[in-house]
Design a protein around this ligand. Structure first.
Ligand code: ZN
Length: 167
């Protein structure tokens, strides 16, 4: 593990999620606690943003890798998993992170697949994005979130969800 940069000491031991621009330059990072404990009891959340950071898009590179179709997730790991499965993806961190400027960024795509977790927050995320973007369609995850679906059925299971039509 590398030594934290100045100002990041409070995130020591956490997993850093780098937010890179299209040329790979570092824009920001978020952090994920990798301990299996009650994060609140330790005074932090499972995911943490740096203070005073705007809501950014994770994996901007996915926008440039994508053709006419792109996927949007609410978690960084979901976007990484979809990208590995051959589905270029960006993440809007957290189910409540959607902002109007994200719409402009995705406006050029013919189809935007929205992957929300199969829970209330996920449904809310899908609703927000699909209401704000005409090209957006929700993907109906049934067997857990993107990562769980991938672990259970591989890339095929993810592609099948898109192929069978979306909500
Ligand atoms: Zn923790």
């Amino acid at each position: 593990m590398v030594d934290p940069e100045p100002g990041h000491e409070r995130f020591r031991g956490f997993l850093a999620l780098p937010y890179l621009g299209k040329d790979g330059q570092a824009l920001s990072q978020r952090f994920r606690c990798i301990q299996e404990h009650d994060h609140r009891a330790f005074g932090h959340g499972k995911y943490m943003s740096m203070t005073d950071e705007p809501s950014r898009v994770f994996n901007i590179r996915g926008i440039h890798q994508a053709d006419s179709t792109i996927s949007v997730t609410e978690g960084e790991f979901d976007a990484i998993t979809l990208s590995m499965a051959g589905l270029p993806a960006v993440a809007i961190p957290g189910a409540t992170g959607w902002r109007s400027h994200h719409r402009r960024m995705l406006a050029g795509f013919n189809r935007v697949f929205v992957w929300g977790d199969p829970d209330d927050a996920g449904a809310d995320f899908v609703r927000k994005v699909t209401q704000s973007l005409r090209s957006a369609k929700g993907v109906r995850l049934r067997d857990g979130d993107v990562n769980e679906t991938y672990l259970a059925g591989g890339a095929e299971a993810l592609h099948a969800l898109i192929d069978e039509g979306s909500v």
